[in-house]
Design a protein around this ligand. Structure first.
Ligand SMILES: NC(=O)C1=CN([C@@H]2O[C@H](COP(=O)(O)OP(=O)(O)OC[C@H]3O[C@@H](n4cnc5c(N)ncnc54)[C@H](OP(=O)(O)O)[C@@H]3O)[C@@H](O)[C@H]2O)C=CC1
Ligand SMILES: O=C(CO)COP(=O)(O)O
Length: 336
């Protein structure tokens, strides 16, 4: 069935997901806050800042009018950086009133809110009254916009407390190159998605410093152990961490040159200043704030997270990366 979908956020990921939905036969309107980007999307069907070599389907309609984009939408897809999520969702909520259809709200973002440490689905549930929406779904997994744009094979998961909401999203996005699984452990899916970015910063840094594959495999394995420890303490199902949104996303983000988190780590490893890395990226590096949130949560929950702590010390306390690695290696020997 043809649906109307509102996509909020026209960066790399929101725009490519919107394009999938158009090609799957849906009517898709995408919201951006920038007029020049809207003109470019509507007239040239390009989005040069985010995906320079890609041409979008001509049927994708862009607008800066959130009310128009949301009118009659049966699904709303949010794809903005985590730090902007609460404000953007509050704006969306303003236009969802009980005269409209109650849309499923999907988000495709990966992070935790700074200060509150809340997951994105929790932010959405707080900001959009239950009577004005259907369920909340997290769409997550190993997926880079650059590869999905090229119709490379990608597998992700749609997670919701209620399986029927996850299935609706699965059905909406599935096609012959984008395969969607369902999962009812939204806590585990959102936490895996957020925490893997911390480890990706570390993997990039190892690369930048010239370390080999053994070191990277070690970081990914021990990184997964500690992010799963924290995730389980926060209510995740342990099995979720061996799924697409756990180890799957960890692998792609720790090994792909497309990953902004990996690239940021790589540049830090090569000695660039954090402020320059952020400025030059021009896109969101979610792992920076997620490291802070996870470090604080680990302290609160009394969970041992040596890698996250080391990355926190490098990012926020100015610790030398080589010293941080040396300190990790000199920790007392222990059982795996
Ligand atoms: N890129 C990818 O391959 C993937 C990304 N993700 C996740 O998706 C989320 C979005 O990432 P991505 O699309 O890559 O990010 P980008 O940096 O590419 O784009 C971010 C988008 O959000 C908009 N935005 C930023 N701040 C605000 C704000 N305060 N109010 C309104 N709009 C805002 C930007 O608008 P403007 O251009 O005007 O600044 C831009 O359209 C992240 O959580 C990321 O982890 C998940 C899977 C894959
Ligand atoms: O989440 C992603 C891949 O699954 C995107 O990673 P980056 O934000 O590091 O580019």
């Amino acid at each position: 069935m043809r649906e109307k979908v509102a996509v909020i956020g026209a960066g790399s990921w929101g725009s490519v997901l919107a394009n999938i939905l158009v090609m799957n036969g849906h009517q898709v309107h995408i919201w951006s806050r920038r007029k020049e980007q809207i003109e470019e999307l509507n007239e040239k069907h390009t989005n040069h800042h985010y995906l320079p070599d890609f041409t979008y389907d001509k049927r994708l309609v862009a607008s800066d009018r959130m009310d128009e984009v949301l009118t009659d939408a049966t699904t709303v897809l949010l794809a903005v950086p985590t730090k902007a999520m609460r404000t953007v969702v509050a704006d969306v909520a303003h236009f969802l009133n009980d005269k409209q259809l109650k849309p499923v709200i999907v988000h495709a973002s990966k992070g935790l809110e700074l200060g509150t440490h809340k997951r994105i689905s929790e932010i959405i549930e707080e900001e959009v009254a239950q009577e004005n929406r259907a369920g909340v779904v997290a769409l997550s997994g190993p997926s880079h916009a650059e590869e999905v744009a090229k119709k490379d094979i990608t597998l992700v998961t749609a997670a919701a407390v209620d399986l029927k909401d996850a299935k609706k999203v699965q059905h909406l996005f599935m096609n012959n190159y984008f395969r969607v699984y369902t999962n009812t452990d939204i806590i585990g899916v959102e936490l895996g998605a957020a925490f893997k970015n911390i480890i990706a910063l570390g993997a990039g840094a190892l690369h930048g410093l010239g370390y080999g594959d053994d070191a990277k495999a070690a970081l990914m394995t021990r990184g997964l152990a500690e992010i799963a420890r924290l995730g389980i303490a926060l209510g995740a199902d342990p099995l979720t961490f061996i799924g697409l949104s756990g180890v799957g996303d960890l692998i792609v983000t720790c090994t792909s040159v497309h990953s902004r988190n990996w690239r940021a780590g790589d540049q830090l490893g090569q000695g660039e200043a954090l402020s320059d890395v952020i400025q030059n990226m021009g896109m969101v590096i979610e792992g920076l704030s997620t490291t802070k949130a996870a470090y604080e949560l680990a302290m609160q929950q009394k969970i041992d997270m040596p890698i996250t702590t080391a990355i926190y010390q490098v990012l926020y306390e100015g610790k030398n990366i080589k010293q941080a690695i040396s300190d990790l290696m000199q920790r007392e020997g222990r059982s795996e």
